[in-house]
Ligand binder design. Structure first.
Ligand code: ADP
Ligand code: MG
Length: 339
């Protein structure tokens, strides 16, 4: 047996990066969430080559002070929590302080960032975990991340990537979900120099649904607005007539977080059961708000799963909100007249 030893920092970072950064869409998710946490009102995501060679995310948020930039790229460095208790009152999407260090461990990263109070912007480059000097440059308030050549230094992981078309499709999906989860932010996606998505940030969820899903879905929605105990639910339930053959249209967000949850999925399907044929799944778009102390968001590094203190209560709230909408409304489809 070889001698037992502690791994060097760059190996540790590369291993840790594997948990957070699986593919280009993971990079886009982390950078978009950081922009949202930075209180940006507009974010532009630009990708080329399915995001494998080029991802640029520009926000007009709070920026990072010059002297804190290298620290932001260290593991477990965050401005969002101080102690583990903060996790139960958390309002931000991030808190683990792992994204920037993970991305910089497996890609070539450049950041230009400016806080409102500072005279100039700063530019910093870091690749494979090795940072350069911070430079002063001119730029508007906010932050731009440029991430190039994902997995350039981990050829094995690079081989696991799918084609640029497939990786690009994952990014489009993800940006659409995030746009739906934050109708107050104007989100733009440019893929290979072409505009793929542009939301206005005018708070109107239906406008975004229209942009992403089109007219048939938008004209067959029932509005949901329910508030019970500590849970409030707002959004739309699709009429059964626009049912789909897979679950991709069951959208739900908890406290602005895009997640997957068996409990919520089951609650949705239970409410639709009387109206649905087998193997058909509804369109839903639910914004669920709940007291943060009733959630555990720290279940998985990608934060795609969370744990409820009272799963049964969530289940009932979601099921009943949808059932009410389905029982009390006209379920006959809107006839769409061709113009
Ligand atoms: P986390 O989001 O979990 O705090 P990250 O590694 O994603 O960890 O980011 C580290 C820190 O860098 C954040 O806590 C934040 O202070 C800062 N940061 C990252 N992205 C941005 C951004 N777009 N605008 C302002 N600050 C940012
Ligand atoms: Mg983050």
């Amino acid at each position: 047996m070889p001698e037992i030893h502690v791994l060097d920092q760059s190996t540790i970072n590369q291993i840790a990066a594997g948990e957070v950064i699986e593919r280009p869409a993971s990079v886009v998710k982390e950078l978009l969430e950081n922009a949202i946490d930075a209180k940006a009102s507009a974010v532009t995501v630009e990708i080329r080559d399915g995001g494998i060679s080029f991802i640029r995310v520009t926000d007009n948020g709070c920026g990072i002070p010059k002297e804190q930039i290298p620290t932001a790229f260290l593991r477990h460095s965050t401005s969002k929590i101080q102690s583990v208790e903060d996790l139960f009152t958390i309002g931000s999407l991030g808190f683990r302080g792992e994204a920037l260090s993970s991305i910089a461990a497996v890609a070539q990263v450049e950041i230009v960032t400016k806080t409102q109070g500072s005279m100039s912007a700063s530019r910093y480059e870091i690749a494979g975990g090795e940072g350069r000097e911070v430079q002063e440059v001119g730029a508007p308030d906010g932050t731009t991340f440029l991430v190039r050549n994902l997995f350039y230094n981990t050829p094995v992981r690079r081989k696991f990537l799918k084609t640029p078309a497939t990786e690009g499709a994952h990014i489009v999906d993800l940006v659409e979900k995030i746009a739906l989860s934050h109708p107050e932010i104007s989100i733009r996606l440019i893929q290979n120099h072409q505009n793929k998505l542009h939301t206005s940030g005018n708070h109107n969820l239906k406008d975004i649904i229209y942009t992403i899903y089109g007219r048939e879905i938008t004209s067959n929605l029932l509005e949901i607005e329910s508030s019970r105990d500590v849970i409030s639910i707002k959004g739309f339930a699709g009429k059964p007539v626009i049912a789909r053959s897979n679950r991709n249209f069951e959208n739900y967000f908890i406290n602005g977080r895009y997640i997957k949850s068996n409990i919520i999925g089951k609650a949705i399907e239970e409410a639709y059961r009387p109206f649905m044929m087998q193997h058909k799944y509804p369109f839903t778009l639910l914004h669920i708000s709940i007291e943060p102390e009733l959630l555990d968001v720290n279940v998985h590094p990608t934060k795609m799963e969370l744990r409820f203190q009272d799963g049964e209560m969530i289940f009932r709230a979601v099921r009943d909100a949808i059932s009410d909408a389905l029982m009390h409304r006209e379920l006959i489809p809107e006839v769409i007249l061709e113009e």
